[in-house]
Design a protein around this ligand. Structure first.
Ligand SMILES: Nc1nc2c(ncn2[C@@H]2O[C@H](COP(=O)(O)OP(=O)(O)OP(=O)(O)O)[C@@H](O)[C@H]2O)c(=O)[nH]1
Length: 764
């Protein structure tokens, strides 16, 4: 059968000798009453029956399988065996008590918690009978013994519990209420814990409240009063003067009440928590010291609850950003909106990394907006200080340090270095490309970056023509409609000019002064922006000057913060560098113009503007590279000396210029015309057959022959003679030699009557 439940009821102490039932006298009484030699009380365990009280034997245990009582336990009923010898269930039972076989047995069950755990039995070594009423009496005695055992067990358990408490540092106390609370129990360890004997406390020699010092007697009275007023449980901490030292005792008390709500009793645990209090005090002290230290060290503190999204800060934190502590809004959203937009992403990335466990600490620097509108640099250092049961961070705490001064000087130094590099880059770019526009375009993005602006342009004045205008070397791409698009295309083609100066940037040019407009629409010079143009919130115009003459400007717009005079000062070296470059470019341009003029002068005949002999020969050699058929002619005015003589030298000059013009108008499109000197011209015709060339020369001769040259009041008629040489392959030809050949043909023309075209012999 399954007797596990029953065995559970018979716990260890019931089987061993610890539980002294003190029932041996009862067993003797029963032996006498029933007139039997042996009476015993046995508890049947898993393997044996343990005799807990007996009369007439010293036996301690009986193997379970031989125990008659086991039958009682199995059936839960009383058992009477009048003669075991006659009963086949027991006939071969080897059990002997006092060397005698058990012959008579009458047992009644012992029931505890509804389980039969053993039996009280009468035993004899002779057959006997038992009257019914005697059996009933035995059963009643069995029931009484059952109760006694249950009570003994409970008593033992309580004793153990109390024993435990008495060895522990926890004092258990009970007060009963009868008009007032009276201490009716206090565990013995009161002496060890509170330094007063339990007996003294119980009989009133010592009052518990008298042990308490400072305000603790009031706290104790308050606790008891609270229970009398219906409070069920209460916790307080009491300072107690124990004989050797003062201790801190925590008291947890609970009250029990009648159905009508009237107080019955109060039970309390009192335990020494001095160590804990010491640690707490130390912690408070440390915290206090930390707080003072933090305040003295100018550190702001923050404590951010991630769950509630609330950021608690101290006064100093508020001071750093100029906020009144009383009006501080602890929502994280508020803190977030104080952070500079340019720093926010980095700030949140650091935070995320720390929460995700990627960094040991959260440590970053960023700008926060001060209540006065300026930006302060803050260094933040924090750490997760609390996690939930799943290990998820729920609190981060840290400190803030105002590092504005340090950062501003660091940034200023860094920017200064950047500016120098930037200026060098501009110069190097110009020197490398000899292209100022390209140099300006190259550095424009860095200029925007360095000035924290959104837009910028670099422009140079061009007033070589009558209308002054501003040439845009470089400008941010701002396109919002087709017109601005074509403007930007003009810029790409290096053809964008600003011509109107009746506006904000014009003011820079006209006044030659730095213009700072942090609210441009309110500036008197502002004419607004075209419809569709991105908003210009802030503007800084820097004039570029050479010896007080404005030669250009830099325009910067939409810095996140206000432009300040210090910005203009900061960029002055760059402005000067640009002025230097503008000056260099102007000088270079003037030098190139002069050179070009000189070159042209060296190449041309001053009277007629035609090429001179040397440049004519150069031109012929150039032509020879690409053209094969070339006719070379020398044109000479007939009897020119007599023109000079008759009409004067000026008239002669006039005639020379007129003939030069006719030469050009007829021959230029076919080749090159030059004046060789005196009244002699040279003409080269290219890609013409001898006949085609001859027609052109003939037409030239005829034109001059039929033209009347009017000089002042004089009517002058002229003729020319032309000598022509010709080559089919002009490559590597010596044109000086060909000129000589043409000269010979000219001589021929002169000698046979003038006003004619004569060819090199053998060509036509
Ligand atoms: N007005 C003027 N006369 C010049 C210039 N250069 C040369 N002459 C003159 O041109 C004249 C050339 O005369 P000649 O070489 O004798 O020849 P010609 O009178 O044209 O006679 P043929 O060539 O034989 O028909 C000289 O009187 C020069 O002084 C010039 O630049 N201007």
């Amino acid at each position: 059968m399954d007797d596990s439940k029953r065995l559970k009821t018979i716990d260890a102490f019931m089987l061993n000798s610890e539980l002294n039932l003190d029932l041996d006298d009862l067993m003797t009484l029963l032996a006498e009453a029933y007139n039997v030699p042996i009476v015993l009380l046995g508890i049947v365990g898993r393997h044996e029956e343990v005799i807990k009280a007996c009369h007439g034997t010293d036996i301690k245990t009986i193997p379970r399988e031989h125990a008659f009582c086991n039958r009682v336990v199995d059936s839960g009923e009383a058992l009477v065996v009048s003669d075991a010898n006659e009963d086949e269930r027991f006939a071969r039972n080897p059990i002997l008590i006092n060397d005698n076989k058990v012959v008579f047995y009458a047992g009644t069950p012992i029931d505890v918690d509804g389980e039969t755990i053993g039996a009280v039995c009468l035993i004899d070594n002779q057959p006997r009978k038992i009257e019914n009423e005697n059996l009933t009496l035995l059963k009643r005695i069995g029931a009484l013994v059952s109760k006694h055992i249950a009570l003994s067990r409970e008593h033992e358990m309580l004793k153990r519990e109390h024993g435990l408490i008495e060895k522990s540092p926890i004092v258990l106390a009970t007060w009963n209420f009868d008009n007032s609370l009276k201490l009716v129990y206090i565990s013995k360890n009161a002496r060890a814990v509170l330094g007063a004997e339990a007996a003294d406390l119980l009989n009133g020699n010592i009052e518990l409240i008298d042990l308490m010092c400072d305000q603790s007697d009031a706290d104790f009275t308050f606790a008891m009063q609270a229970h009398m007023e219906g409070v069920e449980s209460h916790v307080c901490r009491l300072k107690v003067s124990a004989p050797t030292r003062t201790i801190w005792v925590s008291m947890i008390s609970t009250a029990s009440f009648n159905d009508d709500g009237s107080l019955v009793s109060v039970q309390a645990f009192l335990f020494d928590t001095s160590d804990q209090k010491y640690v707490e005090d130390k912690l408070n002290e440390t915290n206090q010291r930390m707080r003072l230290l933090l305040e003295a060290s100018e550190l702001g503190t923050w404590d951010w609850n991630l769950k509630a999204n609330v950021n608690q800060v101290n006064k100093r934190w508020c001071e750093i950003v100029g906020i009144d502590y009383e009006y501080y809004d602890s929502s994280y959203r508020y803190t977030r909106q104080l952070i500079h937009p340019a720093d926010l992403m980095q700030f949140e990335q650091h935070l995320e990394d720390h929460i995700a466990g990627k960094s040991q600490v959260f440590n970053t620097s960023f700008r926060m907006q001060h209540a006065n509108g300026s930006w302060v640099w803050v260094e933040s250092y924090g750490k997760i200080v609390e996690r939930d049961t799943n290990g998820k961070p729920i609190r981060i705490a840290g400190i803030h340090r105002d590092i504005t001064r340090r950062m501003e000087s660091e940034i200023f130094e860094r920017k200064k270095t950047q500016l120098l590099q930037f200026i060098n880059k501009t110069r190097a770019s110009y020197l490398e490309s000899n292209d100022l526009t390209l140099a300006c375009q190259t550095v424009l993005p860095e200029l925007i970056d360095l000035s924290d602006s959104q837009f910028a342009f670099i422009a140079q004045m061009q007033d070589h023509d009558t209308e002054p205008k501003l040439f845009i070397h470089a400008i941010s791409e701002i396109v919002w409609d087709s017109e601005s698009f074509s403007q930007y295309s003009e810029y790409k083609n290096r053809n964008l000019y600003f011509t109107s100066f009746d506006n904000l940037f014009g003011k820079v040019i006209v006044s030659g002064e730095v213009i700072i407009a942090n609210s441009p629409k309110n500036h008197p010079a502002s004419r607004g922006t075209p419809k569709g143009h991105p908003r210009i919130n802030r503007f800084l115009g820097l004039p570029i000057k050479i010896k007080d003459r404005v030669v250009g400007m830099i325009g910067l717009a939409n810095k996140f913060e206000s432009y300040k005079p210090s910005d203009a000062e900061f960029f002055q070296p760059f402005v000067d560098a640009l002025a230097g470059l503008f000056y260099a470019v102007d000088l270079e341009r003037a030098r190139a113009d002069a050179e070009e003029r000189l070159r042209k002068l060296a190449m041309t005949d001053p009277l007629t503007g035609l090429l001179n002999r040397r440049s004519f020969l150069d031109e012929c050699n150039r032509i020879a590279q690409t053209h094969k058929q070339t006719a070379v002619a020398i044109v000479d005015i007939d009897y020119f000396k007599s023109i000079n003589d008759t009409y004067g030298h000026d008239a002669g000059d006039y005639a020379l210029k007129e003939i030069a013009n006719i030469n050009q108008s007829i021959c230029n499109e076919h080749g090159v015309v030059a004046r060789l000197g005196g009244e002699e011209f040279a003409i080269v015709l290219v890609d013409k057959t001898p006949n085609e060339a001859d027609q052109i020369f003939e037409s030239l001769r005829e034109t001059i022959n039929s033209t009347q040259f009017n000089y002042k009041t004089d009517r002058i008629s002229l003729t020319i003679s032309i000598g022509v040489s010709y080559t089919m392959d002009s490559f590597e030809v010596d044109f000086s030699a060909y000129l000589s050949v043409a000269d010979q043909a000219l001589y021929e023309a002169k000698s046979i009557g003038r006003n004619r075209v004569c060819w090199q012999p053998g060509i036509r």
